[in-house]
Structure formats: C-alpha cells, structure tokens
Ligand binder design. Sequence first.
Ligand SMILES: NC(=O)c1ccc[n+]([C@@H]2O[C@H](COP(=O)([O-])OP(=O)(O)OC[C@H]3O[C@@H](n4cnc5c(N)ncnc54)[C@H](OP(=O)(O)O)[C@@H]3O)[C@@H](O)[C@H]2O)c1
Length: 303
Amino acid sequence: MTQHTQAGTRPRLLLIGANGQVGWELRRTLACLGDVVAASLEGEYGPAIDLMDAGALARLIQDSRPDAVINAAAYTAVDKAESDQATARRINAEAVGEMGALLAKTGTPIIHYSTDFVFSGNLGRLYTEADTPDPLNVYGETKLGGERALLDSGAKALIFRTSWVYGARGANFLLTMRRLFAERDELRIVDDQIGSPTWSRMLAEATALVLHRVLRGELDLEQVGGLYHLTGAGQVSWHGFASAILEASGLETRLIPIPSSEYQAPAKRPMFSVLDNRRFQETFGLAMPDWRLSLAQCLEELK
Ligand SMILES: NC(=O)c1ccc[n+]([C@@H]2O[C@H](COP(=O)([O-])OP(=O)(O)OC[C@H]3O[C@@H](n4cnc5c(N)ncnc54)[C@H](OP(=O)(O)O)[C@@H]3O)[C@@H](O)[C@H]2O)c1
C-alpha cells in the first residue's frame, strides 16, 4: 500500500453507509485523514450505492480507487430481519464478502463493523474475540456471516464488534427514550438484558485513530488484522440506560423495570453480551471512555 506521508498526497477513503449513525460521524471524523468519498443508499453526500446490487459495489470501488474502505452500512433492523432474511443476508454477509474479494485483489485495507449479537449472551462473563459465536437471531447470524466472509476473503481487514450504538441522529434507544419521556407518564423497560452503550462518535473517533496509523504504514494488517471488540466501557441494563437518560432530561416519567419475558419482540436478544475490549486496547493503545461519560457528552450536544 502507498504510504501517504508526503505533503499533497491525500488518501482516498471510501466510506460506505455514510448516512447511518456511525457513517454520519465517520464522514466528519475521517475528513482530516483524506478525501472521503461518502457513499450511501440515497447518495446524500456522494455516490449512491445499493448493496443489494452486486455490480454496483464493483463499480463504486473501481470508480473511487480507494486507499482504504470503511463499511458502516448494514441491515440493522433486528426484528424485521427475522422475516426478511434474504435481504439481511445479502447486505450483512454476501455484500461484505464481495467487498473483501474486490479489495483483496489490490491489497486495499477495509474497516468493517459487527455486533455483540453474534453471541447468545449465555456465557456468564465478558466475551473475548476467542469465544465461539452462537447468535440467537437472524441479524446476528447474518452479521456473523459477514465477519467470516470478510476474514475468508484474504482482504486486509479490521472488524470492530460493537454494541448498543446511539448518537444524536438516527434510530436509536437514546432518541426513542427522549421522545417517549415527553409523551408518556410511565414506561416499562427491560431490566435483565445487560450490555455496553456505545456512542457513535466515539466509535468513529477510535476508527479514525486506528486508520491514521494504517494509512501511515505504522500498522500492518497482515499482523494485526482481524476481530476486535470495541464498545463503550462499563455495562448496564436497558432500564439502567433509560434511567440515566431520564435523569439528565429533568422529566418525571416513571420507569418500571420488566423482565425480557414481558417484552414481546420477533427476535430473541442476548441477556449478557458485554464485550471485553482488552485486545483493542492492548493492540492500539486506545481505551474507550465509560458509557456514562459518553452519554453525558452526547446529551450536551442535544441540549
Ligand atoms: N445500531 C446498533 O445498536 C449496533 C450495534 C452493534 C453493531 N452495530 C453495527 O455497527 C455498524 C453501524 O451501525 P449503525 O448503528 O450506524 O446503523 P444504521 O444507523 O442503521 O446505518 C446503517 C446504514 O446502512 C445503510 N443501508 C441499509 N441498507 C443498505 C443497502 N442496501 N445499501 C447501502 N446502504 C444500506 C442504511 O441506509 P438508510 O439509512 O438509507 O436505510 C444506513 O444508513 C453496522 O455494521 C451495525 O451492524 C450497530
């Protein structure tokens, strides 16, 4: 790979999924690393790309000639995926394998995201990258398919498994809670699923810090490529997360803790899917902040 350390040689970074929670943050965070080609389904900020269309992906990569690819696109509708398997599989698994195959030919590095939902949550301790995935739902299965297809493609790849992503825009728990607090006096929130909330901004910043070193040739993905867990530090239940959001809102909605068995949803969710971030910390020398700090900072922006 070319090393872009000379003045005047800005790398071309192909961002796929630029209109998602993480993609939207990445479009800004990556801007100081190079020229970002921000591709999204509707083409709001650059080329339009529909990952359902295999030919479109090859054309996008050929036209943009990227020095690195960051794939933040995914089929993330966890419940809908149960009845729409083919679409979820195409976007989360097949298209990711195709990206890998195309990029392996040119040795172009790719950063991709996966999920804590590759695990059942039955292990009873923090999950490491060495633990065997055992997804409970279609979304988790298809994301696992994407991880495997990318790793098998021979591309120089980093896969960051994250969890409970929220931010100032997009469809997420934080924004849903803020809307519901304003509308309802009482909310019933699941209290027996434990995970790690992750601010989309922090994920984008950690990604940029790692990618910077890859582009400078300081990190060789033949050596350090593969899977990493990357989430906000700490853990909490959905009810605990909602309580922290409520506290900052100044509203007085009553939050009633309920077990998962009382929350009917098409897709099963893991009960304890906290990921151990140590491999990421030790390899890249970066530590994600505690989820409470990130939540407070994100809320400052929403004020
Ligand atoms: N959200 C979470 O809680 C969570 C948890 C763990 C892991 N992750 C992973 O983190 C990554 C980023 O997630 P996110 O929260 O930023 O997701 P998101 O907000 O749902 O964004 C995903 C983006 O993918 C786009 N997309 C969907 N179908 C597409 C298609 N056929 N062609 C091209 N683009 C398509 C969506 O476009 P439209 O907006 O136009 O539909 C959306 O902009 C994903 O890999 C996800 O699996 C997310």
